[in-house]
Design a protein around this ligand. Sequence first.
Ligand SMILES: Cc1ncc(COP(=O)(O)O)c(C=O)c1O
Length: 366
Amino acid sequence: MKIETPYYLIDERKLLKNLEKIKYLRDAAGVKSVLALKCFSTWPVFPLMRKYMDGTTSSSLYEARLGREKFGKEVHAYCVAFSKDEVRQAARFSDKLIFNSVSQLEKFSGLAKNVKLGLRVNPGISYSHFDLADPAGKYSRLGITDKKDLLGALPKISGVMFHYNCENNDFGNFSKNLDHIAAAYGDVLKKLEWASLGGGYYFTQDGFPLEKFAKKLKAFGDKFGIRLYLEPGEAAITRSCELVTTILDIVRNKVDIAVVDASTEAHMLDLLIYRIPAKIDAAGAGRHKYVIAGRSCLAGDIFGTFRFKSPLETGGELRISDAAGYTMVKKNWFNGLQMPSIVVKRLDGTLDKVRTFSYNDFVKSF
Ligand SMILES: Cc1ncc(COP(=O)(O)O)c(C=O)c1O
């Protein structure tokens, strides 16, 4: 089947490799994993994901609802700040409501009587390559920092959520930080039913010591007699998707610049936010060097500079790798550019075009 570019191509076989590692953690360490919908909410692949994961976690009422309606299983509803009406609604269909502050817990716990309540705790340590994404950075509003507040809130909560990592693939650092949490919060953890260690671990990456990770998590859970959760976003979907584009033009301004029918700003926004280059598996060593650029009006709409073995040609296909996380959830209609369709390559190899976008979608997006 010939599919018009641009499109995001999600490959379920690649997704499965990550999901099997997640299942391994459940079997070996008793750790439940809830998908962080902020990273990936392309629900046509949820039927596969739900076989390997335990539910979803959210950053808003709408994500929580999507988790309930499209994923099922456990729904963890978290938001940096809920409104009263949102708490009322979320309480109807969530299993856990996690508040970001003691003031929100105090104000709203009465509205959520049949739901397990939790608090987000900022443990004062973190791992992140980017200040922008550091959950425990200076003046962070993400979670409570005062242990006294946590002790005071204990009668109202059954669990806590620590999210303090971002793209952490360093097992040594993870291990040291978990020991810190055990020492600082062990007394509290013993009194609780569950604790989430958040997301931000790159445990599905090749070479990550998954067995050691599982052992460490199991020892932690056993020590405090607590049900542990992880909230993988990126780890669940890493390397499972490509943004498939066509080269529309090649221009020269001291360097060769290939312009594709997609855009960083509209279709892979995090490249711009974090100022990181895209990954292109077809590139590497080679004599032919190109800047790969998007077709929005933004001067800095650049995927990066890459080398290829053969010259690129107008009309040729170019695939941007690792295009699942924080991409489709952030896509936007900047410049009114054609929105990439979403195509799923199912486990049996069939291609399923699950979403296409038209001019009407652009019109309705005002
Ligand atoms: C509370 C929380 N949980 C989970 C995640 C998922 O993180 P990642 O996609 O890095 O695994 C995030 C990401 O920001 C988060 O803020």
